[in-house]
Design a protein around this ligand. Structure first.
Ligand SMILES: N[C@@H](CCC(=O)N[C@@H](CS)C(=O)NCC(=O)O)C(=O)O
Length: 251
């Protein structure tokens, strides 16, 4: 039996979801080691990373960027071809989404959810070790301050992120107006995987591979925005990619 690879994560993170999706798509067995934010750093450093998750301990060494994990998982193996299409255009989309869209989506989602302590403690602490959960329960207010500071979650930055998300979703809505069912108009690509994973906290797909709260439990204003985005073409694209290409559901 093949030993599963180790994937170190903050389980709710959409960058970690991108890595899980690539591993699942390629059928590569892995064991997820989930950690509470901040505490994750001990494990990431020990595994040869710097600070951020996901980190995959691959036979070729530690991979510390979600896109490197996607590239590594997606490469043809033996008889099996790459599972998501790749091209210069697709990788250019990935780089663009990683740079701004991912951090923007994270900032706006945490801004809406972190004030709700019980809900936040639940999704940050699911599947993480018991001692980390105990610390999370005790020290959540401090952790929240550190997350707000570290991720620049403050009114002007949140407003700027919201505006950029809106701009990108409008751009994708316009692209889809010609009837295409993927970002580039061809087969499902690494750009689609990245857009769907990083955009998941905008529309809360049922197949998300990490611990997301149920839509019914979201704070009212945020839930209304999620429902609105689930109805527009870009949101529908994310939901459809999840239905058609995300193989595994959170247990
Ligand atoms: N460019 C990185 C970004 C990953 C990232 O921002 N990860 C976040 C979780 S969403 C993280 O681990 N943040 C904590 C930290 O950097 O200390 C990638 O694509 O892997």
């Amino acid at each position: 039996m093949t030993t599963p690879l180790r994937l170190i994560t903050i389980p709710v993170s959409h960058f970690c979801e991108k890595a899980r999706w690539a591993l699942d798509l390629a059928g590569i067995p892995f064991a997820e080691e989930a950690h509470v934010p901040i505490l994750h750093r001990i494990h990431v450093k020990r595994a040869g990373g710097c600070s951020s998750t996901p980190l995959l301990i691959s036979p070729d060494g530690p991979l510390t960027e979600s896109s490197d994990i996607v590239r590594w998982c997606n490469r043809p193996r033996g008889e099996r071809p790459a599972l998501a299409a790749e091209s210069d255009d697709a990788w250019a989309w990935v780089a663009r989404l990683d740079r701004e869209f991912g951090p923007d989506v994270r900032r706006t989602a945490y801004d809406a959810l972190l004030p709700h302590s019980a809900l936040a403690r639940e999704f940050l602490g699911r599947t993480t070790p018991a001692w980390e959960n105990r610390l999370l329960r005790l020290a959540f207010p401090l952790l929240r301050v550190a997350m707000r500071k570290g991720l620049a979650i403050n009114p002007p930055r949140v407003a700027r992120s919201e505006a950029r998300i809106e701009q990108l979703l409008s751009e994708v809505d316009a692209l889809l107006a010609d009837g295409r069912t993927t970002l580039l108009g061809g087969p499902f690509s690494v750009a689609d995987l990245t857009f769907a994973a990083l955009g998941a906290p905008l529309v809360f797909p049922a197949e998300y591979g990490g611990p997301m709260p149920a839509i019914a439990r979201l704070p009212d204003a945020f839930r209304a925005r999620v429902l609105e985005r689930r109805g527009r073409p870009s949101g529908q694209l994310i939901l459809r990619h999840y239905r058609d290409h995300r193989r595994r559901s959170f247990p």
